[in-house]
Ligand binder design. Sequence first.
Ligand SMILES: NC(=O)c1ccc[n+]([C@@H]2O[C@H](COP(=O)([O-])OP(=O)(O)OC[C@H]3O[C@@H](n4cnc5c(N)ncnc54)[C@H](O)[C@@H]3O)[C@@H](O)[C@H]2O)c1
Length: 390
Amino acid sequence: MVNIKNVVVVGAGQMGHGIGQMALMAGYNVTMVDVKDEYVDKGWNKIDEGIKKIEAKGGLPGGKTAADLMTNCKKSTDLASAVKDADIMIEAVVERLEIKQEVFKNCGDNAPSHCILASNTSTMSITDIGKESGRPDKCIGMHFFNPVPLMRLIEVIYSEHSSDESINIGMEFAKSIPCLRGERYIAKVLKDRPGFICNRVTAPAQIYQNYVFDKAVDEGFSWDQLDNDSRSGPMSMTVLADYVGIDVLYHGQMYYSKTLSPDFAPGKVITKLFNEGKLGMKTGQGFRDWSKGRPQVDKKAGKARINKMKYPIAIMLNEACRVLEEGITTSWEVIDETLKAGMNMPGPMAANVNNWQNQVEVLNELVELTGKEYFKPCELLKSGKWVEMK
Ligand SMILES: NC(=O)c1ccc[n+]([C@@H]2O[C@H](COP(=O)([O-])OP(=O)(O)OC[C@H]3O[C@@H](n4cnc5c(N)ncnc54)[C@H](O)[C@@H]3O)[C@@H](O)[C@H]2O)c1
């Protein structure tokens, strides 16, 4: 087993700086790599800021100061030399396959032979990402959730070629990364399938969302009226879509439409917003205007009566059964725990142990309503045998 000391994080953006911060707090030497000095500096400064905040609350481990920890945080724009003495590399660059492949090839050529190469991709095949690395057995997925210091979940993912040893090293490393809100939950993902566990179970709800967005426009309802249909979380439906990013939704849906089913293809509304560059919070305009901060929903605008919560719940149960069918995990308890730790939402399984027959009916009704075949209840759900796969 490798004794990990040196961690290289490639991509110093939203995820990279969070991963770097928590790896430093775990006591590792961290090198942050990006393509330009200004990007590395920005990531490094965010880490510094984050660690100083924790220091101010007395939360740093082992009597260390922020300054002590930051001396272990190096910066680089030269990946080939940054990985020369790396024990693990975590890639958190933009979600584009060819860029990730280039990073993995560069690391494969330059890192010591024992170095594990891990990708933080949200959706993509780890097998494809590691194809040119020259060390496919050492390539794994290590999927953190945003924001890394606060979200408990890390998924550690087998590619088609990862060795058990590489996965075990990844699991041990993931367990060593602290979390500022509760205990980490590390999910071992046994198959390299799009979206892994957490994003996969929630992905097909986007097919339904696209149906709802397009129907609201076709029937002349406002986004306020649509948002008033259901209030299940801190953000309404359109505000959440803007927060996540219209581009993130668009690219994710394109990827799933190619890898899982054409039913995932982005709908009319998402495609229009994407083409117009209205990407949500990050551009100040998406479904909503963000120029004056988080948009407020007009609760007096009435309801569109299009969006019904019973559908996403049934959709998630069906997808979770597909995750079991495909052998991505073997236990429905793992799926529920993964959803809790990664999305702060209850998993779909425990709540449906005695109610799944109703959900089969709801799904059949949804196929009728939307014409989307992907919503057909899968064989494992219909058999009820998933209940025993605890
Ligand atoms: N943002 C999220 O909520 C989230 C959650 C989980 C996983 N992810 C995944 O994490 C990855 C990064 O996402 P993000 O939100 O941090 O993106 P981001 O845009 O904030 O950061 C990406 C960084 O990668 C850098 N980069 C691009 N090409 C590079 C290269 N060749 N070498 C080094 N650096 C390079 C960019 O300059 C940028 O700083 C993506 O794969 C994404 O799917 C994102």
